[in-house]
Design a protein around this ligand. Structure first.
Ligand SMILES: O=C(O)c1cc(C(=O)O)oc(=O)c1
Length: 305
């Protein structure tokens, strides 16, 4: 068995998340989480930019049950490159309670796409965050998007706010629903009514096929306080950004824990307190149901919603 050395400073997920005070609606979906390895069974990709600790499906399903979620959407993490075996294994083990978002290259066959679909994959992820991946040419991404559109899949994109001006023409050309990870990573030290976040809101207004995950306050927050030690109002600086998106686009938002929280440097949040963040950004039961149940069911389990 090969032992892998994790990236220096790697933080492991919170060992004992609190039971959330916020009671999730029946059938809630954690629509953004990952599995890492275990590396001895599902090795990390040679081209990865970080090496995480193992965070396998059993731990993910235990967290799901502890927090009160009914289902997971497992998103291929960059440390596994385009090798989706850990993701497929987790989806298959979940007995219909997980769907997947894969990473594929243009040389994937239609048979392999069909196999991914049968395992529960419903989307592909395109990543533009330079610390995580090398650039994939736009023509390859368009080709992949066109092929997966035939399966009824969508495209998930991860990018940083300052790169939206360069990327929005490509995103506008995608023939599928486009789901933006983590609100397009706004700089929350800038005003919520300022031009940078305004560009993102305007992008969503112009393109009704664009959705946003209102996730990862722990990554975006500058002033905290962190979701630790029972803090009831963490990441206050992120709340106005997420709430704005939820209130303006209630039918196009998703939420996820981002467990096991790769690449956090400062602290590892208590996932129970992250769940307690939800009513701050989705203040009514109606908004909570759309965010946590109706929207993810429409995208990932359309026959069961
Ligand atoms: O910001 C990150 O470091 C990060 C990384 C990954 C990944 O490596 O796939 O996924 C995420 O959702 C967030």
């Amino acid at each position: 068995m090969t032992m892998q050395t994790t990236t220096p400073g790697w933080l492991e997920p919170h060992p004992a998340p609190a039971t959330p005070r916020f009671i999730l609606p029946q059938g809630a979906v954690d629509a953004h989480c990952h599995v890492f390895g275990p590396a001895a069974v599902f090795p990390f990709a040679p081209e990865r930019k970080y090496t995480p600790g193992d965070a396998g499906k059993e731990a993910l399903f235990a967290l799901r049950d502890r927090l009160g979620f009914a289902r997971n959407v497992i998103v291929q993490a960059t440390c596994h490159g385009a090798d989706n075996r850990a993701l497929v294994d987790a989806c298959q083990a979940a007995g219909g309670r997980a769907r997947g978002v894969a990473t594929v290259r243009r040389d994937i066959s239609d048979d392999d796409l069909t196999r991914l679909h049968d395992a529960g994959v419903r989307g592909v992820r395109f990543n533009f965050v330079k610390r995580l991946v090398d650039v994939t040419p736009a023509d390859e991404l368009l080709e992949i998007a066109t092929r997966v559109a035939r399966f009824g899949w969508h495209v998930v994109v991860y990018f940083e706010a300052q790169d939206l001006p360069d990327l929005r023409d490509l995103f506008a050309a995608l023939p599928t629903i486009v789901v933006v990870d983590h609100m397009g990573r706004p700089d929350v030290s800038k005003p919520v009514d300022g031009p940078e976040f305004g560009l993102f809101l305007d992008f969503m207004r112009r393109h009704p096929n664009v959705w946003s995950k209102v996730s990862c306050p722990e990554r975006l927050s500058v002033t905290g306080p962190p979701a630790l030690d029972g803090e009831a109002h963490p990441y206050r600086d992120v709340v106005p950004f997420a709430r704005r998106i939820v209130q303006e686009f209630p039918e196009r938002v998703l939420w996820g824990t981002d467990w096991p929280h790769p690449n956090l440097k400062d602290h590892m949040p208590d996932d129970g307190l992250l769940v307690d963040f939800i009513p701050h950004i989705a203040p009514t039961p109606e908004l909570q149901r759309q965010l946590l149940v109706d929207n993810p069911m429409l995208l990932y389990w359309p026959d069961e919603g």
